[in-house]
Design a protein around this ligand. Structure first.
Ligand code: AHR
Length: 514
């Protein structure tokens, strides 16, 4: 009898060991220190739909929505909580149509601009350079200005840099002072065009590389001690030739970052709805999101060839899920809802960036408010936080923390004959010695038992938060804004050098180990 129960005990042990063994995270010792740049948690604000007008900015004269110099107070408060490290503006495709001089000076006298890329609406240029840069100060975030290369001139961009950055006497700094701003803003991050292969001018990589050199040369750093952080317009997803050409042809002294754009899209002609998606559409979105891993590996390999010391950064300055617009809304405004699918996508993608933090130094989610995978949605004076907001908020613990490399073995999430890993994870140690581990289970049906081997990390407590809901298609609405919010997670058990976790289907967990 005793032998029998021993045998049964051993079998159970083996069975549970194999359950945990299949899904295993092993925290490793870092061979070189890598900081997870806070700029991986960057955002993007384009003149597109209701992102700027109605989203960030409601105008100085508005008396129904609380604002500071026209910028919504509720939005500022919410974004400050995320500690957004940078904000890219004014586009996007819009940037290559934007003439910054039309957006300065007396607002009543500003010329209008027709937003030819996004809905053909006429804008009054009331939100311009001063409005954006002052708003960044309000948000405590670093501005990232995207320069007009497509329809602009070298002198125009050179002037913009002088206008916002020069603290001596010059035509542009005098104009800035005349417009009410004595001190320059000292903007570091500058994009030299956007999607030069597409809406930015339909250029070849070779042609753009030549143009880039000309623009970058005349964008003086005006004595900024750290110089300008110039970012070359990068590849469309898997266009590896684009990255190779830029790395080969542009002198490295002229560029600090090479961009990459990748959206999680099912099919550009049939993007599918943002809320009532099928399981197949869910799988395809996750698969397209997971492709970011391969993209970063391959673009990095090319960059390594030309820049083995990793002095040039990979800047994923547009990423996110892209679906059909909400029924009844302007197709040119790209307004979509945000479900747990987006939370999965955000958690998985941020894990990928954290794990590639040696080369990826900045990323910008598209877009901050009311456009594509937003963290905030507004309706009149109402504002709601999306599931993606909550993931960003849970993950902010990784900003500027030391990366902890990890090995992960995971079950697959299968659909038909295709599969991707069900789990993704990343870990870091912050300045106070706290270790954070973020985990995502994208499987829509099955929870996962995971064992985490702590290696050389010695801890005595584990606590955490979880983002989960009843239904994958759930989302926060203006009527029910708290449907999805993070909750305390108590399912992690620490024993010896391991933690055992049960991760529910389609959930995100961030653990704090102390
Ligand atoms: O984010 C929406 C658009 O997507 C941007 O304007 C453009 O750069 C990209 O194609």
């Amino acid at each position: 009898m005793r032998r029998k129960s021993l045998k049964l005990g051993a079998m159970l042990l083996l069975a549970s060991a194999s359950l945990y063994a299949q899904n295993k995270v092993t925290l490793q010792t870092a061979h070189e220190p890598v900081t997870i740049s806070k700029h991986i948690y960057g955002h993007f604000a384009e003149h597109l739909g209701r992102c700027i007008y109605g989203g960030f900015y409601v105008g100085e004269a508005n008396d129904s929505i609380a604002h500071t110099q026209g910028v919504r107070n509720d939005v500022v408060q919410a974004l400050k909580k995320l500690q957004i490290p940078n904000l890219r503006w004014p586009g996007g495709c819009f940037a290559d149509t934007y003439h910054w001089k039309d957006g300065i000076g007396d607002k009543a006298g500003r010329p209008s601009i027709v937003n030819s890329w996004w809905g053909g609406v006429t804008e009054d240029n009331s939100f311009g350079t001063h409005d954006f840069l002052n708003m960044c100060e309000l948000l405590g975030t670093e501005p990232y200005l995207s320069g007009n290369v497509g329809s602009g001139e070298v002198q125009e961009l050179a002037d913009w840099v002088q206008y916002v950055n020069f603290d001596g006497k010059s035509p542009m700094s005098d104009l800035r002072v005349e417009n009410g701003r004595e001190q320059p803003w000292k903007v570091s991050y500058w994009g030299v065009g956007n999607e030069a292969w597409g809406c930015g001018g339909n250029m070849t990589a070779e042609y753009y590389a030549d143009i880039y050199k000309k623009y970058a040369t005349f964008m003086s750093d005006w004595g900024n001690k750290d110089g300008l952080y110039r970012i070359a317009s990068g590849a469309n997803s898997a266009d590896y030739n684009w990255t190779e050409t830029l790395m080969k042809k542009i002198p490295h002294s002229l560029m600090k970052g090479v961009a990459l754009h990748h959206y999680a899209v099912i099919d550009w002609d049939k993007k599918g709805p943002s809320t009532t998606f099928s399981e197949e559409q869910y799988f395809k979105t996750m698969k397209s999101g997971w492709f970011m891993e391969e993209l970063i590996q391959k673009h990095t390999a090319i960059m390594d060839k030309y820049d083995p010391q990793a002095k040039i950064d990979l800047v994923v300055d547009e990423w996110g899920g892209w679906y059909e617009v909400e029924p009844g809304t302007n197709p040119g405004f790209l307004y979509q809802q945000n479900t747990m699918r987006d939370a999965m996508l955000a958690g998985m993608t941020l894990n990928i960036f954290n794990n590639h933090a040696k080369r990826v130094k900045m990323a910008n989610l598209a877009q901050a408010i009311n456009v594509l995978q937003s963290v905030i949605l507004t309706r009149g004076d109402q504002m709601i936080l999306t599931p993606t907001y909550h993931v960003m908020e849970m993950y902010k613990v990784h900003q500027d923390a030391q990366q902890i490399p990890l090995a992960l073995s995971s079950d697959s999430f299968k659909y038909g004959s295709e599969s991707i890993p069900a789990l993704s994870a990343s870990a870091s140690k912050d300045a106070h010695g706290k270790v954070h581990l973020s985990l995502v289970n994208v499987d829509p049906h099955k929870s996962k038992k995971v064992s985490v081997a702590l290696g050389e990390i010695h801890i005595s407590t584990v606590q955490g938060r979880i983002l989960k809901t009843e239904n994958l298609r759930d989302y926060n609405t203006f009527e029910s804004p708290q449907t999805i919010t993070p909750k305390a997670y108590k399912g992690a058990k620490l024993s010896g050098g391991e933690i055992e976790i049960d991760i529910p289907a389609f959930s995100v967990i961030v653990l704090e180990l102390t």
